[in-house]
Write a protein that binds this ligand. Structure first.
Ligand SMILES: NC(=O)CC[C@H](N)C(=O)O
Length: 365
């Protein structure tokens, strides 16, 4: 069956339908990772986005039990050059097509995804529509141009209620803005006593759980669409050690008086080089973001830039000058992607230990 991907600039790509039959509108973004499609399609930070992969063959190792980053993917659609019909891997339980049908996510294959990526790189991120080949193209373009994308993605993907993931180690409250399972996995591996809480938890609610540390998760959309989280961070800053990842990093920056902006086409892939400004070391990192903390907005705040992206010089890491708090724009949980930055979890937990021993946390609470 034929299916179309139509961009708001008027470009029409015709391809083959796979996955579910639903017609959708979303923001079209590209990811350059060569593997990791299962983690990508289940990463809640892609909520509402039509994701295309520049790597041409997708689905060849199938879908397995272990590599999900959420239970229910929030991605709007998947666009690939070739979707493998017959996956081959000992872990594979179903094909990409079967999985997308099960989760009601449309896919389109047979697209020149590198051409599509060049268009996005040239114009910046665009809105797009996935529809049946029977639709009238002009009408779809008109509807697409007039459409307004949702801005409540964090609310859509965050947990409704707090839940525990018990351990005997440090008590970490993980604020779920659209948390990837990888973050919880890393904390569980280190025996943390984790409590996952909704995105709109107040500072008081979080502090009442007596955390040794608070993690601010990744998540979809524009950080400025989550003002309640910015207020919450202001209320816990300095009272408990903080570690933020991606959206958590952006929200932390906003809470400290810095600013964020939308990037032309963002960073999405698993080989983004990031430089640690203190050590000079470069790590290859997994990334998925369309917004960035503006470098010019840092002066005048109590923040310092700790990491930068080597591809474009944008801010990739921040630390607070006096409070025990640091954040990164990339993904140290590395799912998918290189594990170079995994040590940041140790850095956070040793900060938690130091603060616990010095008693500063509760002294300030
Ligand atoms: N992965 C993330 O947390 C992404 C953060 C934010 N939604 C952005 O696109 O920049």
């Amino acid at each position: 069956m034929k299916r179309l991907l139509i961009l708001e600039d008027g470009t029409v790509f015709a391809g083959e339908a796979f996955g579910s039959n639903s017609a959708i509108i979303g923001e079209v973004v590209f990811n350059t990772g060569m593997t990791g499609y299962q983690e990508i399609l289940s990463d809640p930070s892609y909520c509402g986005q039509i994701v295309t992969l520049t790597y041409p063959l997708v689905g060849n190792y199938g879908i397995n039990r272990d590599d999900f980053e959420s239970i229910n993917p929030a991605i709007a659609a998947f666009v690939v050059k070739e979707a493998a019909d017959f996956p081959s891997n000992w872990r594979s339980e179903m094909s990409l097509d079967e999985y997308l049908k099960m989760k009601n996510i449309p896919g389109i294959s047979g697209i020149d995804t590198r051409k599509l990526t060049k268009i996005i790189r040239h114009y910046g991120t665009l809105k797009g529509a996935i529809c049946s080949a029977e639709e009238k193209v002009e009408e779809v373009i008109e509807k697409l141009r007039a459409s307004k994308l949702r801005n409540d993605q964090v609310k859509q993907v965050s947990t409704r209620r707090p839940f525990p993931s018990p351990g005997r180690g440090s008590r970490i409250v993980l604020v779920d803005f659209g948390m990837k399972h990888g973050i919880l996995r890393e904390l569980n591996d280190r025996n943390c006593d984790v409590i996952v809480v909704p995105y709109n938890s107040t500072a008081q609610e979080i502090l009442s759980l007596s955390p040794d540390g608070v993690m601010l998760s990744n998540g979809p959309g524009d950080p400025k669409d989550v003002p309640e989280a910015i207020e919450m961070i202001k209320g816990i800053l300095g009272k408990v050690p903080l570690f933020g990842i991606c959206l958590g990093h952006q929200l932390f920056a906003l809470a400290c008086g810095a600013d964020t902006a939308k990037m032309k086409f963002g960073h999405r892939g698993s080989n983004h080089p990031v430089k640690d400004l203190k050590t000079g070391k470069v790590a290859l990192t997994s990334q998925n973001h369309g917004y960035t903390v503006e470098e010019d907005s840092i002066s005048g705040t109590d923040l310092e830039i700790t990491h930068i992206a080597l591809n474009d010089g944008t801010v990739e890491g921040l630390a607070h000058k006096s409070a025990p708090a640091f954040t990164v724009q990339y993904h140290p949980e590395a799912s998918p992607g290189p594990e170079d930055a995994n040590g940041l979890f140790e850095q956070f937990l040793s900060l938690v230990e130091t603060e616990k021993q010095e008693g500063t946390v509760y002294a300030k609470a």
